[in-house]
Design a protein around this ligand. Structure first.
Ligand code: ZN
Length: 195
């Protein structure tokens, strides 16, 4: 069973440890696990050393727009601007071109023909997810996050894409147990370019 951890990497929604992206990167590096990070453009500009380290660790680097605006609320030129500016910011910070990997903030626009057409025009394709264990939700603790990921992957089976975020404390706290569970279930952790 192939499992792709996809990690939206952006400015936090609520107070949390500022070093969670580095904690997550360190845990993955120590276990030789490859994941996929969708970088927010303004986050990449603010954290170029972390962005560069993620690329150096051979994770898939994708684009998560410049800021966390809903794509369907933007004009065509607004969509082009947020994607293009983020792509340039990510390339400048991480040293890699994030194309063709793109994920809409909130997933908003991923079912919208106009938005998908603009994403395609810019050389990207949208990458969704199969499981959202709600690590962004304050009410979800590490034990629950762990259980949701394990059960969700077992239910979905091969090729499952798990949505996580770089900033919640619970994500970094639960990650060692999540990786232990997945390995125990025989999962092969892969980048989205391996699906
Ligand atoms: Zn996001």
């Amino acid at each position: 069973m192939r499992v792709a951890l996809t990690i939206d990497t952006e400015h936090p929604d609520r107070p949390c440890r500022p070093d969670n992206p580095e904690r997550i990167a360190g845990l993955l590096r120590a276990r030789g696990v490859r994941a996929s990070f969708f970088l927010q453009g303004r986050w990449a500009t603010a954290h170029p050393a972390v962005a560069r380290a993620l690329a150096a660790d051979a994770h898939v680097i994708g684009n998560h727009a410049t800021a966390h605006a809903r794509m369907t609320g933007l004009t065509d030129d607004g969509v082009r601007a947020t994607i293009t500016e983020a792509g340039e910011a990510i390339a400048g910070a991480a040293g890699v071109d994030p194309r063709p990997w793109f994920r809409c903030p909130y997933g908003d626009g991923m079912d919208d023909a106009r938005i998908l057409g603009l994403i395609d025009e810019l050389g990207y394709r949208h990458i969704g997810w199969d499981i959202d264990p709600n690590d962004w939700d304050d009410a979800v603790g590490a034990g629950e996050l762990r259980a949701r990921v394990r059960e969700g992957c077992r239910e979905h089976g091969d090729g499952v894409r798990v949505l996580l975020h770089s900033w919640p404390d619970v994500t970094a706290d639960a990650l060692p147990a999540v990786l232990d569970d997945l390995r125990a279930d025989g999962a092969e952790l892969v980048g989205i370019d391996e699906l």
